[in-house]
Ligand binder design. Sequence first.
Ligand code: ADP
Ligand code: MG
Length: 278
Amino acid sequence: MLDVRGIKKVYESKDRTVEAVRDLTFTLQAGELACLVGPSGCGKTTLLKIMSGLLEPTSGEVLLEGKRVEGPPPGMAVVFQEYGRSLFPWMTVRENVELPLKQKKLAAARRTELVEESLAAVGLAEAHAAYPWQLSGGMQQRVAIARAVAYEPHVLLMDEPFAAVDAQTRADLEDLIRDLWHKFQVTTLFVTHDIDEAVYLGQRVLILSNSPTVIRDDLAVDLPDQRDQLTTRSSPRFAELRARVYEQIHRAKTPAAEPVGAGATALPTSADHGSTEF
Ligand code: ADP
Ligand code: MG
């Protein structure tokens, strides 16, 4: 379904060169729910921007259903961390969710159906006429998720979507993601810096190293498919898996920075973008 092959990204500016991503290769099968976990600044957002065709890689390629991604692909939806900036404040919830469906040129009746179904799926059927700024952070993020789901994507990418909401809301939204995934079976890549969240959500966890980034491990999460915050998180297997991820990330924090070619001068270290989350 989705093939990421040898992706490398070097940001170049006048005074510095940053090798954000060194070499990433992995494949997502159709219908899979995978999490990608790695420390802050390791290039997760860079990777998602490349996967969604918003940023060109320095080398490597991304294939979606066999086709090379060269601009935003029609079958993909992305949910970003900053819901505050991803919804249009002058549009109601309904209008925000409907907008991409208009761009997709769907008929009005079908749009209405999809908007209603997706708002109901995220528990916001009642809020369709509200404006984003009238809603809590967690509700705004639900709108962003509803918008992505309504689009009926083949692939859904999420970039730390719950980093800015409180713990209880976060737990609810995690369960919402699993419910939606069960319901729609969308191929999903969920990016997070939170180890527990990655293990709780994923069928599989891809563990990234510190920048310059490579994949450290690709772990199958063999927890029961029906998960809940209490039972799953307190199970011995959950503890083992999270320990395994933690250990990999801990090892990954050993500095691996080396100059990018002869022209490289000031390479930033990981200290620049604090990896205190771990
Ligand atoms: P993450 O999402 O994992 O926190 P990012 O992909 O945002 O990481 O950033 C990876 C690295 O690339 C960081 O060192 C960051 O400072 C750098 N970086 C990100 N965007 C740019 C940019 N537009 N120009 C230069 N460096 C960038
Ligand atoms: Mg990021």
